[in-house]
Design a protein around this ligand. Structure first.
Ligand code: AMP
Length: 354
């Protein structure tokens, strides 16, 4: 009997998501190799690493040669660089290309038949002159945006000029501004044919960065089922392997899909303690095409993000409440607004804070 599950999982990106994927894979008996340019990255503390740029083709070739299966912790990995190793990438190149480009993503979501905010493709800055300024819009670059970077809310002629700066550099999409009641996300995992949905997450942001996730979301059973059904539709149409996050807006009358992230997600961290299987566990099982369990919520939970400026408060929090779970990712420098860790508390007290 071999002592380990001998397969090696190659992860592009060694940040906190790569680290938590690696920890789960290691628990399950797999070997892990990561590719990251920073020799001190979070995953370096738990797994072997190739130190190289994410788009270094020789390094990707080495990672592919030494791994049975490839995955990634963020979607801005070059799909072209991974194309020669597509047979080792169960998540597929199409999913990567869709998630990298908001124009492709919107077209994909429309094809699947899930509802999105009304939008238009902005090919050049001049297209923005057609925007109807009697209501608000959000102009987002097609590629490269994250945590509110690469987007402008357009309500005035002045905002329009800022949006034109974005659109003069690259194509964009312009969406109707959604006056949402809540932001939620559904984490779903697949093994190509079977899918497991996690309880709906309710997400609160601070400076455009996720600050708190409440699991399960405080929405009606009807809306929670609707959100799960939308995520399932997306997963089925992709024959999803691994974990995917579907971010959504809840409005007074509807749920709209905002975007998808083809990997475990910040909003799913509470699954580590709150569910019988975490988003990382099922990501690993999914990319290896292993059978997937139905996920059960063990207890309601609140996840509090720990940014650089919050580390001392997080440490004090767990000293005062030792039942809280502190996760620190082992990043060396605690910069302002840098995600250093998170705290998960099994509670239904949604007002808690660091
Ligand atoms: P995104 O990069 O698309 O996830 O957007 C970042 C954040 O901007 C979201 O979490 C929302 O809070 C806000 N946002 C994005 N799109 C819209 C929209 N169409 N209407 C209102 N707020 C939005």
């Amino acid at each position: 009997m071999p002592l380990t599950n001998s397969k090696t999982i190659g992860i592009i990106g060694g940040g906190q998501l790569g680290q938590m994927m690696a920890i789960s894979a290691i628990y399950q008996g797999y070997r892990v190799l990561t590719l990251d340019p920073d020799p001190t990255c979070p995953a370096s503390q738990v797994a072997e690493q190739i130190v190289a740029a994410y788009d270094d083709t020789a390094a990707i070739a080495e990672l592919a040669a030494r791994s049975d299966v490839l995955t990634y912790e963020f979607e801005n990995v070059s799909a072209d660089a991974l194309a020669p190793y597509a047979t080792k990438l169960p998540q597929g190149l199409d999913l990567l290309r869709i998630a990298q480009n908001r124009i492709f993503e919107k077209a994909f979501l429309a094809k699947v038949g899930v509802r999105v905010a009304p939008y238009q493709v902005i090919e050049t800055a001049a297209d923005l002159d057609k925007l109807d300024l009697s209501h608000k819009h959000v102009v987002k670059t097609a590629t490269g945006g994250y945590d509110g970077h690469g987007q402008v809310v357009v309500a005035t002629a002045e905002d329009l000029e800022r949006a034109k700066d974005l659109a003069s550099a690259q194509p964009c999409v312009s969406e109707a501004f959604v006056d949402f009641l809540k932001e939620i996300s559904v984490i779903i995992s697949g093994n190509g044919t079977e899918f497991s949905v996690f309880p709906v997450c309710e997400n609160l942001h601070r400076h455009n960065i996720l600050d708190k996730t409440i699991m399960p979301a405080r929405i009606s059973t009807y809306l929670a089922e609707e959100a799960a059904a939308m995520a399932l539709k997306i997963a089925q149409s992709l024959c999803l392997s691994g974990t995917l996050c579907v971010e959504m807006f809840v409005t007074e009358h509807d749920i709209l899909v905002n975007e998808i992230a083809p990997r475990p997600h910040n909003s799913g961290h509470a699954t580590i303690e709150a569910c019988d299987f975490s988003q990382f566990d099922l990501h690993i099982r999914g990319v290896l095409a292993e059978p997937l369990p139905k996920v059960t919520l063990l207890a309601p939970a609140v996840m509090l993000q720990v940014l650089g400026q919050d580390v001392a408060a997080a440490q004090q929090y767990v000293t005062a409440d030792p039942s809280a779970h502190l996760h620190l990712y082992g990043k060396i420098e605690a910069k302002e607004n840098r995600k250093m860790g998170h705290v998960t508390v099994l509670t239904d007290d949604c007002a808690i804070k660091l």
